[in-house]
Ligand binder design. Structure first.
Ligand SMILES: Nc1ncnc2c1ncn2[C@@H]1O[C@H](COP(=O)(O)OP(=O)(O)OP(=O)(O)O)[C@@H](O)[C@H]1O
Ligand SMILES: [Mg+2]
Length: 464
């Protein structure tokens, strides 16, 4: 759509020559010969720019300017006048006039002025809009804010993530039990950083069959293998400039590991069946819940790849080690599911709270979310009750009849028995009974956490 110029002047020869000039450049022209008409046109046609004479037969040009600006303060207005005294010019500028041109008019110069103003204005408008969208996006979508938690472990994790976000290229290894938020962290790293406009590609190393993974990642040329009827770009090419999230990296086969290592080192690769080197700039964020060190020991994971991936490590702490977060996340998920299911659960019954806190959450945040989804769906009152929580009792760490029996409950005996032996036995037993929930163990033993840690160290009770 051509841009519209409104020309306002009572001298028909000026209107005529300006109209010609503006049509020349491709603008649509509207004209007015007095102030009243001008204001009406502004309201009706929303011109992109106005050329306004200061001296009009009916209303003073400055008053027209004011009315135009009141209507839409973004419309640029160029004032025209035979006698421009400085106070009037200053006044007009204050009221938002874009510029002043003197009569007799230099039509060529006005043409250029109008073009520049419209162009700049367009860019400015676009920039304003982009900024506004960006502000909005950040408000609703600050990726780091989606990682909830106030526990020291989560705070520490967020600090590490912030450092990673600042650096553009570092390879990251995310570790943590199932459901602790590894994928959430990977996305936050991508969307909080400079790569956010580029793709985030999620590759689950276990869900793609081994024989397909190579061509999925690197692409293939036509005829590279029987099914390769057309050339195909691989995920590395598609994620160029962005992030590739290699989930469950611990399950990648050794042969594929070697190929991945090569790309990480060389930053280029060839498609399957191809000869051309393709360069890529992709940040790799890998995640696993496997014990990679053990896998290396067993010859299932390449040590060199491990070191290459493990430039920075983010550890997602298990939920049972952060009691405070359990309730915070519970409230968050209750809100979420209240909205989804149009419920209004506002309170947590003290017994439900106790149950939530005593449970060991083997499936971590994902399990908590699922448990609450079900609970809110079924709840018809405004209180979350313990019986709404479908938590498997075998994982309940405070009242554990079955588990207590499993743990050696016989007090060690013997003549040589020392107080230390007894203490070691008691700590070991309590740790096992509380699924290593150290807060709980410390509470049960009546000692503080630091003392507990010291004793765990002293008796060599660390879990490997
Ligand atoms: N700190 C957190 N704050 C809010 N939601 C979280 C947090 N951690 C995890 N979640 C939510 O819990 C669920 C599981 O998280 P995610 O899929 O990232 O875990 P994961 O570690 O990748 O699990 P898996 O190893 O099973 O793939 C998601 O719905 C996620 O949004
Ligand atoms: Mg995951």
């Amino acid at each position: 759509m051509p841009q519209t110029v409104l020309i306002v002047d009572d001298e028909s020869s000026i209107v005529f020559s300006l109209s010609e000039a503006m049509r020349d450049v491709g603008y649509k022209v509207i004209t007015a010969t007095n102030g009243e008409e001008a204001i009406r046109e502004v309201k009706e046609s929303s011109p992109d720019i106005v050329l306004l004479d200061l001296k009009l037969p009916d209303i003073d040009g400055l008053k027209v300017l004011k009315q135009i600006k009141d209507w839409d303060h973004n419309t640029p207005v160029i004032m025209m006048s035979a006698y421009v005294d400085i106070p009037t010019a200053v006044n007009a500028t204050k009221m938002g006039a874009h510029s002043f041109v003197e009569k007799p008019l230099n039509v060529e110069k006005i043409k250029m002025d109008v073009q520049n103003t419209i162009e700049n204005y367009d860019v400015r408008k676009e920039l304003e809009q982009l900024k506004e969208i960006e502000r909005f996006r950040q408000k609703i979508n600050n990726p780091l804010e989606q990682i909830l938690g106030n526990s020291p472990a989560i705070k520490k994790m967020k600090k590490t993530i912030n450092k990673i976000v600042e650096s553009r290229a570092t390879t990251v290894l995310i570790r943590g039990e199932s459901g602790t938020g590894k994928e959430l962290v990977a996305r936050a790293i991508h969307y909080a950083g400079v790569r956010k406009e580029k793709p985030f590609i999620d590759v689950n190393c276990t869900s793609i069959p081994d024989e397909l993974l190579e061509s999925e990642l690197f692409g293939h040329e036509r005829g590279a293998f029987t099914d390769a009827k057309k050339e195909k770009k691989g995920l590395f090419e598609l994620s160029n400039g962005g992030t590739m999230f290699l989930d469950e990296i611990g399950d990648m086969k050794m042969a594929m590991q070697a190929k991945l290592l090569r790309v990480l080192q060389e930053k280029n690769f060839k498609r399957v069946g191809g000869t051309k080197q393709i360069n890529v700039d992709v940040r790799i964020v890998a995640a696993t819940n496997k014990d990679l060190e053990q896998a290396i020991g067993e010859g299932l994971f390449r040590e060199d790849l491990y070191y290459r991936l493990n430039v920075v490590q983010v550890t997602c702490p298990p939920l049972r080690e952060r009691h405070d977060d359990v309730l915070l996340l519970t409230r968050h998920f209750i809100d979420e599911f209240n909205r989804d299911f149009k419920k209004s659960v506002t309170k947590i019954h003290p017994d439900a709270e106790k149950l939530l806190l005593s449970y060991s959450w083997p499936g971590n945040v994902r399990e908590l979310r699922n448990v609450l989804e079900r609970a809110i769906l079924l709840e018809s009152e405004d209180v979350l009750l313990p019986q709404d929580l479908s938590i498997s009792p075998s994982h309940q760490v405070t009242q554990l009849p079955q588990q207590t029996e499993q743990v050696e409950d016989v007090i060690p005996a013997g003549d040589e028995l020392t107080l230390d032996d007894m203490e070691k036995w008691l700590i070991e037993r309590t740790l096992a009974n509380c699924a290593w929930n150290k807060n709980l163990v410390a509470k049960k033993l009546g000692i503080n956490r630091t003392t507990l840690y010291t004793k765990i160290k002293k008796y060599n009770l660390e879990r490997d």
